[in-house]
Ligand binder design. Structure first.
Ligand code: ACM
Ligand code: ZN
Length: 722
């Protein structure tokens, strides 16, 4: 038998090497190498203290070994032990030739140890394909998180995320030792959780489009779109997350962001008749009337069920971006303000205080976005999520609120990672490097303020997820990883440290792990240079480089420098598993022309944002109302333009909203005769390789109304011949 073990060890060392604890992400506080190694055999057992049964089962999902209760003969095994001397999420992990010993005072600490152990094993463990024997190098880890709150917010309202997709996202968060999932369950575009006392909220409000009261938006402009979680499904997700040390904090976004609620229950709105001319009959109001007692009764019904589904102490009730103009116009709200002797800026405090008291009666506390605590009137038991800027986070902490720090400029992972990549850009354009650089001390958080900071969180608002789902890569994962890697490092250590060191951990180990986890993350782009007639591309990771050539179909593997006299025709990118980088090229590759253009339309222009703004290629232009069938916008060039591609888009620059929901595009070479070239998709049309210089293009709308008050008119995008 001994000889057999010896042979097996020999086999393991020379065939598969010794797995070790190099480059664990997030970086443990203390890790020491020890002599020896532990060999996991098919006969190795996972043994556990009785209270750690579910931790053992979680480990066995990755290491399919027999599970037994711990006894004094547990040597030779992987042992899970309760050590009450350790703090809540703290753990010790010791690997020697006798055992792999995991110690924690709670399942949370033990979970963190298990995630570190998984990272010490060959990446195949994440594919559930680890083969035995596997040797693990001797080590001793003593580790605990700096922050108790290490979170991520996922918006499942704008884009519906199925139960299975949600579970995969949770599993991957757990591998990064994040422990809070803030689920943005309602917004203007969809209600995603079943409420048994108000089934209409999901029957009508979980979908949008032509058969539903909520307007089509974001990616699906012609069809009905949506989905929701039954309470049974959500309880299952809550349990799945809990088994991975993740608490789900639900958000019902109130009193603003409530278009869905308002279209299912118009009576919750303020008591006045809105002007509906500009929106072609669609009521865009989205604020719950603060004066109607029936509204509080309905919210009580809803929140009672939410409080029952989710065990978390906090229920997030939003409070962001509330347009008080609706309350100002409402006779009922005005009467209430007069009675209370308050102005409209204080009405949000009143609303929040009532909902907070309601939740307190249910044994819960409120969580809110920073605006709802700006006046500091809200109970200090409320947890505040600072999103608008760093100052808002500091202010909440200084006022004594338990504070989650998540300013958009560092932590909104729906933002673009560079200027040509998809995403929003209203907060900032940034990649993982900037996330890692977030430094609370440098931002002036005082020691006193830090006592109130619970931790950090990133978010993914999903207006662009659906329109980008058709992309070759998985937009959600492209936007969130490796930015989540940087987030978890920051949350675990309190400070991200040097980028170069962290990046080498990613490149040397963690990229491979993420490929095995099935995470289609974003790679950093290749560096491209051109000298002596040769085009060269380089990466500093282990990805493979590919290139495309303008005007040619397909992509080619890059094998070495390319001789060319038209370097601007090439773009390079890299791949590793499902991970992909953005394209990179020499200067001039993405150059655009800006020919003089005149914009005219059948719809009057907005006074504030006239069409000449877009003629100047700089700023935004609006129509004065939503488009009706037959409305058109025309772009006439002063001189006919020669180009390889011309795009006309309606809508926000990075978002298909305020668009022609349906329509077509025509081209004219003489300014008089027009020929149809394509249907609009997401409010945009494209002409590729036009036969002649283009004098004018026209887009025509074929669908009345779009649930918005206007259409955004963008400058034409004119790509030169290269
Ligand atoms: C938010 O981004 N409105 C919280
Ligand atoms: Zn009102």
């Amino acid at each position: 038998m001994k000889r057999l073990v010896g042979i097996l060890i020999f086999f393991a060392v020379f065939q598969i090497g010794i797995a070790d604890g190099n480059n664990i992400v997030p970086t443990p506080q203390k890790i020491e190498k020890r002599n020896g190694a532990f060999t996991i055999l098919t006969t190795t057992k996972i043994t556990h203290y009785p209270e750690l049964r579910s931790s053992a089962e979680y480990l066995a999902e990755y290491l399919p070994l027999e599970i037994r209760e711990y006894n004094e003969n547990s040597n030779g095994n992987i042992v899970l032990v309760v050590n009450k001397k350790l703090a809540d999420e703290e753990y010790h992990l010791t690997v020697d030739s006798q055992a792999i010993k995991i110690e924690g005072s709670t399942p949370a600490g033990v979970h963190n140890a298990i995630e570190s152990l998984l990272q010490m094993l060959p990446d195949a463990v994440y594919r559930h394909q680890l083969s035995f024997p596997t040797m693990v190098a001797g080590c001793h880890v003593e580790d605990k998180p700096r922050f108790a709150y290490r979170g991520f917010m996922l918006d499942v309202s704008r884009t519906w995320v199925t139960v299975d997709e949600l579970k995969i996202f949770i599993a991957n968060m757990a591998h990064h030792k994040l422990n809070k999932l803030h689920l943005h369950l309602t917004d203007d575009e969809g209600w995603r959780i079943e409420i048994k006392s108000h089934p209409e909220l999901t029957e009508k409000g979980a979908f949008r489009g032509k058969d539903y009261p909520v307007a089509a938006r974001y990616g699906k402009l012609q069809d009905n779109y949506g989905g929701y979680y039954t309470q049974e499904q959500m309880r299952d997700v809550v349990a799945y997350a809990a088994a991975r040390n993740i608490e789900i904090i639900p958000e019902i976004d109130l009193p603003g962001h409530s278009t869905t609620l308002a279209h299912v229950h118009p009576e919750i709105l303020c008591n006045y008749t809105p002007g509906l001319t500009s929106s072609v009959g669609y009521d865009t109001r989205n604020v719950v009337c603060a004066a109607k007692e029936d509204n509080y009764r309905m919210l009580n019904d809803i929140l009672l069920e939410i409080a029952d589904i989710f065990p978390s102490k906090y229920i997030h009730i939003g409070g962001d971006e509330v347009s008080t103009s609706q309350w100002s116009k409402c006779p009922d709200c005005k009467a209430l303000m007069a009675k209370l002797g308050i102005d409209v800026s204080q009405l949000q405090d009143y609303f929040m205080a009532r909902v907070a008291a309601m939740l307190e009666g249910m044994g819960k506390q409120v969580a809110v976005w920073n605006e709802a605590a700006a006046s500091a009137k809200l109970t200090r038991k409320a947890m505040v999520y600072g999103w608008e800027n760093v100052e808002a986070c500091r202010k909440a902490a200084a006022a004594g609120y338990p504070t989650v720090v998540m300013p958009g400029v560092y932590f909104y992972f729906d933002m673009q990672q560079s200027s040509r990549e998809p995403g929003h850009n209203w907060a900032a354009i940034f990649d993982a490097r900037k996330v890692l650089s977030f430094d609370m001390a440098a931002h002036g958080f005082t020691e006193q303020e830090m006592t109130h900071v619970q931790g950090v969180q990133a978010s993914f608002f999903s207006e662009l997820y659906l329109p980008n789902r058709e992309a070759e890569y998985d937009y959600l994962y492209y936007q969130t990883y490796p930015r989540i890697c940087a987030l978890c490092e920051l949350a675990w250590r309190g400070n991200g440290g040097e980028w170069s060191q962290f990046y080498s951990r990613l490149v040397n180990s963690h990229y491979n792990r993420m490929v095995a986890m099935g995470i289609d993350f974003r790679l950093f782009p290749p560096t491209v240079s051109f000298a002596d007639g040769k085009l060269t591309a380089k990466v500093n990771d282990r990805s493979s480089i590919y290139y495309k050539i303008v005007g040619q179909q397909g992509e080619y593997r890059y094998e070495g420098p390319i001789s060319t006299d038209t370097p601007q025709r090439y773009s390079f990118f890299s791949r590793m598993g499902g991970a992909v980088s953005p394209e990179q090229g020499v200067q001039g590759r993405w150059r655009m022309l800006q020919p003089n253009v005149k914009i005219t339309s059948s719809i009057a222009e907005s006074e504030k944002y006239p069409y000449k703004n877009a003629e100047g290629y700089g700023r935004i232009a609006h129509t004065s109302k939503a488009a009706s069938e037959g409305d058109w916008v025309m772009y006439t060039f002063e001189k006919p333009v020669t180009c390889r591609r011309l795009e006309i888009a309606t809508g926000n620059l990075t978002l298909p909203r305020f668009v022609f929901d349906a329509g077509y595009m025509e081209v004219s070479y003489d300014g008089t005769n027009f020929k149809r070239v394509c249907d609009l998709e997401q409010g945009a049309g494209v002409i590729e390789n036009p036969a002649k210089p283009i004098k004018a293009v026209r887009i025509t709308c074929t669908q009345t109304g779009n649930g918005d008050n206007y259409v955004t008119v963008q400058p034409p995008k004119v790509y030169p011949k290269l």
